[in-house]
Design a binder for this molecule. Structure first.
Ligand SMILES: O=C(O)CCC(=O)C(=O)O
Length: 298
């Protein structure tokens, strides 16, 4: 299946130096972008995965499975629709089935094509260029999420307020969140991610737990005042990496179409804090994991 793209659908405002256009997984020279990543804590590559077989295989696998759900639920769907259009239709009446798709890309990814995407040579060489050739790469237990954000007020509860990823996930504070975008941007207001560029430079920040058990950055006004924020929206095949200490939040989807993105985390296990607690991840199910408060004082 060839991935259809919407011509002229991206009307994002330009995002300073950390938005890169015209570089793909086939052409990237990773060393060129490490200093941008270190300065801003984020780099966004537009159309990075155009014609990348690993990306296409994962996209097409998820789409095939979404069409199977449609068949199972007796919903007629035009198979030439985009993945996010299909998910929008399915979510209206079969939210639980869409949840099963979420599970296939979440904690951990359970598709071979997903594993191939996770180990895509361009992605790994970029991460190694940032962490250093000596880095031993690990995958934290809670590191993978296939986020599916359908439209509708009832779904906005899934958007997280300002936070850092590391306290949720652990394993190493030297950690990168990679953002493989699978949904096409059809409307400017279908949400995305708001980042406070450069905020990672302050390291781990104090956070409190909300009633919904979300970790919220305690001194968020400090970051709002000190760092410039950027709202980033994504199209199919766009790729971004974030320092797991960057302050960020989800932007609610106010459009009538679903936002869908695969997140994968990569940790550097040579980090001294990570070594001090034996590389443990947050692991709520097995009772063997570690909690942020076990090893950090705030
Ligand atoms: O809304 C998103 O796309 C990102 C969600 C997020 O911030 C996270 O999973 O850490």
């Amino acid at each position: 299946m060839k991935i259809k793209k919407l011509i002229g659908s991206k009307n994002n405002k330009m995002l300073e130096k950390f938005e890169i256009k015209g570089v793909t997984s086939k052409t990237i020279d990773p060393k060129k972008y490490t200093s941008i990543f270190k300065e801003f804590g984020v780099v966004v590559f537009r159309d990075f995965f155009s014609n990348d077989p690993d990306f296409n295989d994962y996209y097409n696998d998820i789409k095939k499975l979404a069409l199977i759900i449609a068949k199972k639920c007796n919903i007629k769907i035009d198979s030439s629709l985009l993945l996010n259009e299909i998910l929008t239709i399915l979510s209206k009446s079969n939210r639980d089935e869409v949840g099963n798709l979420y599970d296939l890309g979440t904690r951990p990814i359970k598709l071979l094509s997903g594993l191939k995407l996770k180990t895509n040579p361009a992605v790994i060489s970029f991460i190694k260029a940032i962490m250093g050739e000596d880095a031993v790469l690990g995958f934290p237990y809670l590191g993978e999420t296939l986020h599916i954000f359908p439209p509708g007020k009832e779904n906005t509860k899934y958007n997280l307020p300002m936070h850092q990823d590391y306290p949720y996930i652990m394993q190493s504070p030297d950690q990168i969140t990679a953002y493989f975008n699978l949904g096409e941007l059809q409307k400017e207001n279908n949400g995305g991610i708001r980042v406070w560029a450069g905020s990672h430079s302050e390291g781990i920040s104090p956070s409190t737990k909300s009633v919904t058990n979300h970790r919220i950055t305690s001194n968020h006004t400090h970051f709002e005042n000190k760092y410039k924020s950027y709202d980033i929206s994504f199209g199919i095949g766009d790729f971004a990496i974030f320092d797991s200490l960057i302050q960020h939040e989800g932007i609610q989807n106010h459009s009538d179409c679903t936002r869908v993105v695969q997140l994968i985390r990569y940790s550097n296990l040579m980090n001294s804090k990570s070594i001090s607690y034996s590389w443990k991840s947050t692991d709520p199910s097995a009772g063997r994991g570690i909690k942020f408060e076990d090893v950090h004082s705030f």
